[in-house]
Write a protein that binds this ligand. Structure first.
Ligand SMILES: Nc1nc2c(c(=O)[nH]1)N[C@H]1C(S)=C(S)[C@@H](COP(=O)(O)OP(=O)(O)OC[C@H]3O[C@@H](n4cnc5c(N)ncnc54)[C@H](O)[C@@H]3O)O[C@H]1N2
Ligand code: MOO
Length: 676
């Protein structure tokens, strides 16, 4: 269809990336009738000149860039008054300054954008060194700006990051701000270029030069020492093989024409036709619906207490913490050596004054110009000096100091407050205190902290067959000690509610007098004659969701006993563990005051093959070996040995999937679930 395919891996670098080809820079693959060349560019301007040159040659061209070419719903209209991606491109072209040496004003433009929106945001993320009051540092600092984080297409490419995030690992927002501005210019220079789907809709365009958004991570990189180069080569190959449904498949989305003009789409992402469909006749609750019920239904009602910093590991900070002193409190020496005022040194030996400055024992006198004084690591820099020479670079003879070389002004000194200034925010409310957080709290002047009182969570096992650990008869109680241990790792207060026999009255009495903030039960959650917990909850409790579209864990029951949230976990230990980690943990942490925390999955190649139907999410016990996710030998949810074998979960999506070895899958290490 196309004679020429151009694939660009874009970059938002603020400086030229250097003469030597390297990763995380701009790479362009040009594929002319199947013959590929790949080029590296130190600047955006050079890459655009190269692309201009190709476009001027008059080939039928498909041109792809790897950044979001549209923004989530509502963004364009608030910014430009028009709900189209192309209006945003033109707005950006008027505001972005992107110079030939890559220097640019993207963070300034981002602030200008944020000021047009209500609340705080929607854009976020900036390097710490920039002072941009209207561009929040963290995504969680934003509110009420009215823009969802993701475009529709990103629902089908879960590893794609939000275009609203401008900085740090994997962010694409900066690329998009600079890129969309550049594309506006490209369109102006090349009138024949049409943008799919923003201009064309989800149409199979056969006779135009097309500009599309691409996502190189969809393809296995070609063999090349630099991954970015391998990715543009692989993407160009994939585009050459694109079929008609690449253009038209997104038209199946309910509001396809709005998506096309406002949000755009990644060329090559095909929404599965039966995605999220449950088999007919079932009424299981999708995982995301159950999680949303929990997120909106488990507010924090915990009080506060002030405790010693020594008792604070794992506790949850109740209020934002502000530094009450600077760290370091005074300018001090970073090394053992000699302090002097740089500007006053004369050639030759430097006279040394008597005395010294040591940590905790500052030098008391004054140091005449051109003199030096002995100083030790951590000691205050005497007020009339500004530079420290390293002891190993100096020697003293006859009370004169000789330096091998004069260090630059300010060398080997630490400025007062260079770490934390008094009044700086250091930790935010909801932080679960880790050793590093405790360190900064102390450095910032705190010896005690206001934390949330601990959330008490009761754990109850049910079932007549359950016997105490160590028993030679019955089924030893795996779940209760396991769940109590999980709660402890999450910094909550586990309360052992013991074991209830299969009698509704006894079960109800135990639940009535639990006295905890939440309850986890295991067993009796499914529909059998002996499944007393589910019957009791339906009769006397309130059930919000029962039967979730997940394997393992389908019988999970979410509800309230009296006013206490109750998680009716399935009896099979693997299902109990999985449901506790994926459903109970975020809800309990939110109740405890730590906010809603979603575990972050990483995308890794599968070390296995598997096929699943649409209709439920599947959670496989997994671990990483050799950079690949391997899975446990069996999915049986009674196989407790797999819980010890595993170091994380592979999550397979609700829709149908076929996983082949090497395909990308989502892996959540147990450390992300607070179970490191
Ligand atoms: N008709 C249906 N049957 C089942 C369904 C269903 O939806 N309809 N779901 C199946 C699934 S999936 C699971 S998981 C189990 C969960 O059932 P229950 O929550 O009712 O659990 P129990 O029947 O009480 O126990 C299941 C299994 O786990 C053992 N168990 C229970 N507690 C413990 C414990 N504390 N420590 C160790 N092992 C425990 C128990 O002995 C059973 O072997 O239901 C399926 N059936
Ligand atoms: O939840 Mo059950 O353990 O899926 O078999």
């Amino acid at each position: 269809m196309f004679d020429l395919i151009l694939v660009a891996d874009w970059s938002a670098a603020a400086r030229p990336t250097g003469k030597t080809p390297r990763k995380d820079a701009i790479w362009v693959c040009a594929d002319l009738q199947g013959r590929q060349t790949v080029e590296y560019f130190p600047t955006r301007a050079q890459a655009l000149a190269f692309i201009d040159d190709w476009l001027n040659r008059g080939h039928r061209t498909l041109l792809g860039f790897d950044f979001a070419m549209g923004f989530p719903s509502g963004f364009a209209e608030t910014l430009t008054g028009e709900p189209t991606a192309l209006s945003v491109w033109d707005w950006l072209a008027r505001h972005v300054e992107d110079n030939a040496d890559n220097s640019n004003n993207r963070f300034h433009v981002a602030e200008t954008i944020n000021r047009r929106f209500p609340g705080i945001g929607p854009l976020w993320g900036r390097p710490g060194t920039h002072d941009h009051p209207d561009l929040p540092d963290r995504g969680t600092d934003r509110r009420d700006h009215g823009v969802p984080d993701h475009r529709t297409v990103e629902g089908f490419t879960p590893s794609a990051q939000s275009v609203l995030k401008l900085f740090t690992t994997g962010s694409v927002g900066s690329q998009s701000l600079l890129g969309c501005a550049a594309l506006s210019g490209l369109r102006a220079r090349h009138a024949s270029l049409r943008v799919w789907p923003q201009e064309t809709g989800f149409e199979h365009v056969k006779d135009a030069n097309l500009l599309v958004e691409i996502y190189p991570s969809l393809y296995e990189p070609a063999d090349h020492p630099i991954k970015d180069a391998g990715q543009v080569i692989a993407t160009a190959r994939a585009l050459r093989a694109a079929s008609a449904d690449w253009f038209t498949a997104p038209a199946s989305q309910p509001d396809a024409s709005r998506i096309a003009t406002e949000e755009g789409w990644i060329f090559g992402v095909l929404p599965p036709s039966d995605c999220f469909a449950l088999p007919p006749g079932t009424d299981w609750t999708p995982v995301d619906v159950a999680l949303e019920t929990l997120r909106s239904g488990t507010p924090c009602g915990m009080g506060r207490e002030t405790i010693s910093i020594y008792a604070s590991p794992g506790r949850i900070l109740a209020a934002d913490l502000v530094a009450t002193r600077a760290n370091p409190p005074h300018a001090n020496a970073a090394v053992d050596g000699w302090a002097f005022a740089h500007a006053t040194l004369a050639p030759g030996g430097i006279p040394v004054v008597a005395g010294r400055s040591a940590a905790g024992q500052p030098f008391a006198g004054s140091i005449p110009p051109g003199h030096a004084v002995r100083i030790l690591t951590g000691a205050e820099i005497p007020s009339d000096t500004d530079t420290v020479a390293l002891q190993e670079d100096a020697h003293v003879s006859d009370d004169l100091l000789y330096l091998k070389a004069i260090p630059r002004i300010g060398a080997n000194t630490r400025k007062a407050g260079e770490d934390v200034a008094s009044g700086d925010p250091v930790l935010s409310a909801g932080t679960i205190l880790r050793p590093g957080d405790i360190a900064v709290a102390i450095a910032a002047g705190h010896g005690s902290l206001s934390v949330r009182t601990r959330l008490k969570v009761g754990v109850l096992s049910t079932g007549d067959e359950i016997t105490p650990p160590g028993s030679t008869t019955g089924i030893p109680d795996v779940n209760r000690p396991m769940l109590l241990a999980m709660l402890g790792q999450w910094g909550l207060e586990p309360v052992d509610l013991g074991h209830a026999p299969d009698e509704a009255d006894r079960l109800a009495a135990i639940l009535d007098k639990a006295g905890t903030d939440a309850i986890l039960t295991s067993g009796g959650a499914s529909a059998g004659d002996e499944d007393h917990l589910s019957r009791l909850m339906r009769d006397l409790g309130s059930v919000h969701h029962w039967r979730i579209a997940i394997k393992p864990g389908r019988p999970l029951m979410l509800g309230h006993w009296n006013d206490t949230p109750l998680f009716g976990l399935p009896g099979n230990p693997v299902a109990a563990f999985t449901c506790a980690a994926l459903f109970a943990r975020p809800a309990l942490l939110q109740m405890a005051g730590a906010g809603w925390r979603e575990p972050q999955a990483i995308t890794v190649p599968a070390g296995f093959a598997k096929r699943k139907k649409a209709g439920r999410r599947e959670v496989l016990r997994a671990r990483l070996r050799g950079g690949q996710a391997e899975i446990f030998r069996s999915e049986g949810s009674g196989l407790v040995s797999g819980l010890s074998w595993a170091e994380g979960f592979v999550l397979l999506p609700d829709g149908a999937v076929t996983v082949e070895p090497g395909d990308p899958v989502h892996y959540i290490p147990f450390s992300e679930l607070g179970l490191g």
